[in-house]
Ligand binder design. Structure first.
Ligand SMILES: O=c1ccn([C@@H]2O[C@H](COP(=O)(O)OP(=O)(O)O[C@H]3O[C@H](CO)[C@@H](O)[C@H](O)[C@H]3O)[C@@H](O)[C@H]2O)c(=O)[nH]1
Length: 461
């Protein structure tokens, strides 16, 4: 089924294929908005499962981005987190035939495919049909580099290892990556991470078979990692980030919710400058309910103001943490982070959330759960120095107590502390780096033009 705006006369027809998850669909749509805002004779067919079309069809999109769907051949978004390896397996094996059938249905010829690196079938089909394809990596360039150089970990006998015995050893030989504790590498050493590793390495091995490698990151934020990758690849590597909705910041929030008749943006308006801790633990995995209870009790006793995204647990959490702040099911996150009352972000360290916090100049309390979130936390704390770890050890099992949380958030939100002031200043410096990248002549601005020019030329070849 195709939805939306019908076929338009077009110079360039791009098929965009995100991986079906919020942290991937959002940056892909933001990229499409950035591309269409620069070139109005481009048509983008944005491919979703039928379930994902229902989830995002009410969101704003440009007229020259239209949706097309494939059937729900993969497990539902509602149960995706329950069996992550099974989900990855189905994405790898079940999407190719419906994707190819969809291409056959499209009326205008496809000039380029932009597909999430995790959707391998798009590259298989692109190569088979001789359609130029761009591999879109929605995590950090650092994370890509770790997977791209994974053989080095094996050669140096750092994979496999038992983290409880050797987690503190440091790895310093991955090109462009600063020295890292093994326990700060992606969570591939046990459990679900170990189970999906081979599939993910296979997905990354397809990236060099694409014609472009696109990053949601900002060049200056990960310069060394990106330079190392650029040296390695003979095709263009473009940073197009931050692929977050900064172009909507002047609009009204798109997600309004009420709590005791209070709109969260209005509530933020009434709070002192930089006094509110924003808390969101992402759209995918959850922390244990015991840990949520500790966070709620810790917040209550700290007296720190907070705005907490509690998803389906919002009302229950509100009861636990008292009236020092609001718990909402979901919010317009970048607008919240950009609000002058927000002074800190307790984050699970999803890459999009990090880009949004850096763009807004907000320091972070890092609480990684899984996968890239662990190296992302290390980057925030050790490399950029714009955040503190909530806990030193990685894993779901170690409960952080309400007493620890209360003390930590009080210190973190203390605007008079010199340590906090320095961290906030560094955050403001990185904010400027992001704004410079998207300004005229900045790295992202230049790369967006270069990428568009490339894919427009491929139409003429
Ligand atoms: O109330 C909310 C909470 C979140 N968001 C948005 O939801 C997205 C969340 O993305 P992200 O922070 O990257 O978290 P996940 O959804 O958990 O992302 C998955 O995908 C990311 C990109 O590949 C990875 O970095 C993460 O580890 C993985 O869990 C962002 O665009 C947020 O702005 C909202 O709009 N409102």
């Amino acid at each position: 089924m195709d939805s939306g705006d019908g076929e338009r006369t077009t110079g360039c027809h791009v098929v965009a294929m995100p991986y079906p998850g919020r942290g991937h669909v959002n940056p892909m749509m933001n990229l499409c908005k950035l591309l269409t805002s620069r070139q109005d004779d481009i048509l983008i067919t944005f491919v979703l499962t039928e379930e994902w079309l229902d989830l995002i069809s009410s969101e704003d999109k440009p007229a020259n981005v239209r949706f097309a769907t494939i059937p729900n051949v993969i497990p539902s978004e509602r149960v995706r987190a329950a069996d992550f390896p099974g989900f990855i397996e189905d994405v790898s094996t079940k999407m190719e035939a419906p994707f190819e059938q969809l291409l056959d249905r499209l009326e205008s010829p496809v000039t380029a495919i932009i597909a999430d690196t995790h959707v391998m079938c798009a590259f298989v089909v692109g190569n088979r049909r001789n359609i130029p394809a761009a591999s879109f990596w929605s995590m950090s360039a650092t994370m890509f580099s770790v997977f791209h150089h994974f053989d080095l970990l094996i050669q140096n006998q750092h994979y496999p290892v038992n983290l409880s015995e050797r987690g503190e050893e440091r790895v310093g030989y991955i090109p462009g990556i600063s020295s890292t504790r093994i326990s700060d590498l992606p969570t591939v050493f046990s459990g679900d991470g170990q189970r999906v590793l081979n599939r993910v390495l296979e997905m990354c091995s397809w990236a060099p078979k694409a014609q472009y490698l696109l990053f949601t990151s900002v060049y200056e934020l990960e310069q060394e990692a990106l330079d190392a990758l650029k040296r390695k690849f003979s095709f263009p590597v473009y940073t197009l980030g931050p692929t977050i909705p900064y172009f909507n910041l002047g609009d009204e929030p798109t997600v309004a919710t009420t709590h005791s008749d209070l709109n969260y943006m209005k509530w933020l308006d009434s709070q002192p400058k930089a006094s509110v801790l924003y808390i969101s633990l992402g759209s995918f995995l959850s922390v244990s309910s015991a840990q949520m209870d500790e966070i709620a009790a810790g917040l209550r006793s700290s007296g720190v103001r907070f705005l907490w995204v509690g998803r389906d647990k919002a009302s229950q959490l509100q009861e636990g943490c008292g009236d020092g702040g609001l718990v909402v099911p979901w919010c317009d996150q970048l607008k919240v982070l950009s609000h002058s009352s927000v002074g800190g972000f307790w984050s699970h360290c999803g890459w999009n959330s990090i880009l949004e916090a850096v763009f807004a100049g907000v320091p972070m309390l890092t609480f990684p759960i899984f996968w890239d979130q662990v190296p992302n936390s290390k980057k925030i704390v050790e490399d950029w120095k714009i955040g503190w770890r909530v806990k030193r050890e990685v894993g779901w099992q170690n409960l952080v107590t309400r007493e620890e949380i209360s003390g930590l958030v009080k210190r973190f939100m203390d605007l008079e502390s010199n340590e906090v002031k320095e961290m906030r200043n560094r955050g403001k410096d990185l904010e400027k780096v992001c704004r410079g990248a998207i300004a005229k002549g900045g790295s992202t601005d230049t790369n967006l033009d270069a990428f568009l020019s490339h894919i427009s030329q491929s139409r003429r070849r």
